[in-house]
Design a protein. Structure first.
Length: 803
């Protein structure tokens, strides 16, 4: 078993031990005299999206004229630009070149919201508290022990059930007697509450007081009123805490959720809050409260029948202690099933622990049938979130899903899709209205629910097209790793096709007979009158190319859209030279790999393909390296670029990578993405979860057409992995012992042809489950291990051994 242990008080939710079932999550932390469970739910958002203060979103022709004819140029201050060639409409130019739409910069909604908290009130007037907290990762349970100098001890055991969405808490007071009891009626009791939505200016005041960053002080100008306060009421004779939200496009009467406390043999009382806006219930166990159990269930408008029906259904299952036992058994069974899908055992225990912590966090907060979190994990969000806690599509949203399929955790990877379907649907409107194109245009920012119009329609980042291809790569990756044709047909191909159709219409064939992309910036650059900075930018065109390739292949697999595939191929046949591979010194093998590499793992600048024998600066442990000093969130993608391009050398770089991760690791296993000094306690950053991908790619890679065993793992550190998923729908296991690769097993789910880079210099042989040799062909490689290739049967398992 793998554990996380904290022997101290934890004072903020984002640093607390995490429990969850992928939809409902809980962070455990403490305050004076209390143990607190902070609740999070993936669908609890303030969905108000009012853009009445924004100018009309920019049409792509306006941007083209602004760059080409008016010479828009950044004027040295964010949101300030000038028309260096003059403009017939000064006000419109200023509207379009401001630093993002006013609604995004000054209004706090949309944003995810905290759900509420459960507090266990510790025995009063005890002194000398010591506390130990222990998460057992494979079981998904947290045990807490509180002890005082009097000898009184309180033991707490808690977990979140797989279904329904319930937190269960069991406690027991030990060594308590009349001689050391310092409390009155009860040693232990509970509160369940939701506080009123504060004024945005109060949030900003706190942020400015505790950080060195005034970037978000514009939220103080928020003109959205706070949400309606939460309430308490009875539902079928049981008290609940309820929060209502404003009407939105999905819920005409407004989204709602309710929290139901379940206290067998105890009392639930409504607590007066004197018009403070807080909603609070008090739960009193029988007797001293020396032992017992308690649960809190959540229901939301997304549940079948709504939140009331869900809470009623949960309440009706409570017949005694047997339901707690059943939830506990269900939780353990769910853990066993989850962790049976893959495993690692690593001589470098830091990375082994990291792997288990990472997947535990994902298991708590991501699930394939519900919308994924945005920038911050649900049980850690503040009353307001930086950048609205939104779906940011220039790496932030994509990164938490990296490595999920390779870890053979399909549900975690599939969590990408439910919330993102709203961005795809909105993108169809944006493509039509603001580009005059078919297909879908994926905006920089979006939300896991429908909104009426462009959320980021003006400013230097409003019309960047590289995110469109990047955002649909996850659909193609899913097919590559599963070979699930029906899923591709029903779910995966439509977004890929729409992105490729958008690019087909966006590109223009020039007089040189080549298709060009104008106007589109890359990265997050400011306005410039230099047309070359908006034409055929590497990040843009790499994503265009990869998207068109994926669409052609997907259409071929499905036998559809032959006409479209022909048009996409015609573009690729007349595509501009973006990367001069010859000048970059690429070998023949690297040239072959280039089109197979997802563009996010190539880099994004013109110079990214340059090669060097020097240690990568991304791995420098020094202040000038932002990844070390303040911006770890970008480290997973930087490391992936190094791995895919063969620039990470484990014997040289392994220790540096480990140290950078350790520098950002919190005691609960989360990794802070940005400096607390600058961004405060912003919440648990989801983007840092992407670190799983490069860790796994040190052990196994399969993106270039062959399976590679331990391609970037130090040969002097033992390691093994079990049933990692490779492209082609193969489940792969292998071990590295004393520098030798052993125990290579490949299970074929779909019966696709398999190629593997030979783990042994003298070649290798493949055998089936009966030990019979399987015919193989050898593909020699001039600058790498030769490949051994063989046909497979669906459901069959093969072993590789030295020839």
């Amino acid at each position: 078993m793998h554990t996380i242990e904290i022997n101290d008080l934890v004072l903020v939710p984002e640093e607390g031990l995490l429990l969850g079932n992928g939809d409902f999550s809980v962070s455990v932390y403490q305050a004076a005299e209390r143990i607190i469970w902070r609740f999070g739910k993936t669908d609890v958002w303030d969905r108000r999206h009012a853009i009445d203060i924004d100018p009309k979103p920019m049409h792509i022709e306006e941007l083209a004229r602004g760059i080409r004819d008016e010479g828009w140029e950044f004027a040295g201050e964010l949101g300030a630009a000038v028309a260096t060639k003059g403009t017939p409409d000064e006000q419109r130019m200023k509207d379009l070149t401001q630093y993002g739409p006013p609604s995004y910069r000054t209004r706090t909604s949309p944003c995810p919201k905290p759900v509420g908290e459960l507090s266990l009130h510790l025995p009063a007037d005890q002194h000398g508290l010591t506390i130990s907290q222990r998460l057992i990762i494979e079981q998904g349970t947290v045990d807490i022990e509180c002890a005082w100098v009097s000898g009184v001890t309180l033991k707490i055991h808690c977990f979140v059930a797989p279904r329904p969405n319930v937190l269960a808490v069991r406690w027991k007071l030990e060594n308590a007697s009349a001689a050391n009891a310092t409390w009155g009626e009860r040693a232990v009791w509970f509160s369940l509450y939701r506080w009123p939505d504060p004024e945005a200016k109060d949030f900003v005041t706190g942020l400015c007081a505790t950080t060195t960053n005034d970037m978000f002080d514009k939220y103080a100008r928020n003109d959205n009123p706070p949400m309606d306060p939460p309430t308490t009421r009875q539902l079928d004779g049981r008290w609940i805490v309820e929060q209502a939200f404003a009407p939105d496009l999905q819920f005409a009467e407004g989204f709602r959720y309710g929290l139901l406390p379940i206290v067998p043999d105890g009392e639930v009382l409504d607590v007066p809050t004197f018009d403070s806006g807080e909603a609070r219930l008090r739960m009193l166990p029988p007797g001293w409260g020396e032992s017992g159990w308690l649960a809190v269930a959540i229901g939301t408008s997304n549940d079948p029948g709504g939140h009331e029906a869900e809470l009623t259904a949960v309440a009706e299952t409570i017949t005694g202690n047997d339901i707690l036992e059943q939830w506990g058994l269900d939780n353990l069974a769910a853990g066993t099933e989850f962790w049976s899908r893959s495993a690692v055992s690593l001589g470098e225990k830091f990375f082994e622990q990291l792997w288990y912590e990472n997947l535990h966090t994902r298991r708590c907060t991501f699930r394939g049938d519900v919308a994924a979190p945005g920038l911050f994990l649900p049980s850690t969000v503040n009353d307001f979130s930086l950048w609205h806690g939104d779906y940011h599509t220039n790496y932030n949203y994509q990164q938490p899903f990296w490595g999920a399929y390779e870890a053979n955790q399909l549900s975690l990877g599939d969590s990408y899709f439910p919330g993102f379907e709203h961005m795809i649907e909105l993108g169809r409107k944006l493509a039509k209205d603001y580009y005059g194109c078919r297909g879908t245009f994926i905006q920089l920012t979006g939300y896991p629910f429908p909104i009426a119009d462009d959320p980021y329609g003006v400013g230097p980042f409003a019309r960047m097209t590289y995110m469109t291809g990047w955002a649909v790569n996850q659909y193609w990756f899913r097919y590559l790793y599963t070979q699930d044709v029906e899923w591709l047909r029903e779910v995966g191909y439509p977004p890929i096709r729409d992105a490729a159709v958008f690019y087909l219409d966006f590109l223009t064939k020039g007089e040189d007979g080549v298709y060009h992309g104008f106007p589109s910036d890359q990265g997050e650059n400011q306005f410039t009158p230099d047309e070359s900075k908006y034409t055929d930018r590497p990040q843009v065109m790499r994503h265009v190319r990869y998207c068109l390739q994926s669409a052609i292949q997907a259409a071929g697999v499905l036998g559809v859209d032959a006409d479209l595939a022909g048009q996409w191929q015609e573009v690729l046949d007349h595509f501009p030279v973006i990367d001069d591979l010859e000048a970059a010194g690429f070998s023949d093998e690297q040239k072959r790999q280039y089109p197979l590499t997802p563009p996010e793992f190539l880099g994004w600048e013109d110079t990214d393909l340059a090669r060097s024998d020097d240690p990568p600066f991304a791995l420098a442990r020094e202040k000038d390296n932002a990844l070390w000093s303040w911006y770890f969130g970008h480290f997973p993608i930087r490391w992936m670029v190094l791995l895919r391009r063969g620039l990470f050398r484990p014997e040289r770089d392994f220790e540096a990578a480990r140290d950078i991760i350790a520098r950002w690791r919190l005691p609960n296993g989360l990794l802070r993405a940005m400096s607390r000094e600058v961004y405060g306690f912003a919440g648990g950053w989801s983007e840092s979860l992407g670190i799983l991908a490069p860790v796994q790619e040190m052990l196994l890679q399969s993106w270039d057409g062959a399976i590679h065993f331990f391609p970037a793992w130090p040969r002097d550190i033992d390691a093994s992995f079990t049933t990692f998923r490779a492209e082609g729908a193969f489940l792969v296991s292998a071990s590295l012992n004393s520098g030798a690769i052993e125990d290579v097993s490949i299970h074929s789910e779909r019966g696709r042809p398999c190629c593997a880079a030979s783990p042994w210099p003298g070649g290798c042989r493949a055998t089936d489950e009966n030990g019979n040799d399987v015919p193989v062909t050898i593909e020699p490689k001039s600058d790498g291990d030769d490949w051994v290739c063989f046909d497979t049967q669906p459901g069959a398992t093969y072993e590789l051994n030295p020839a």
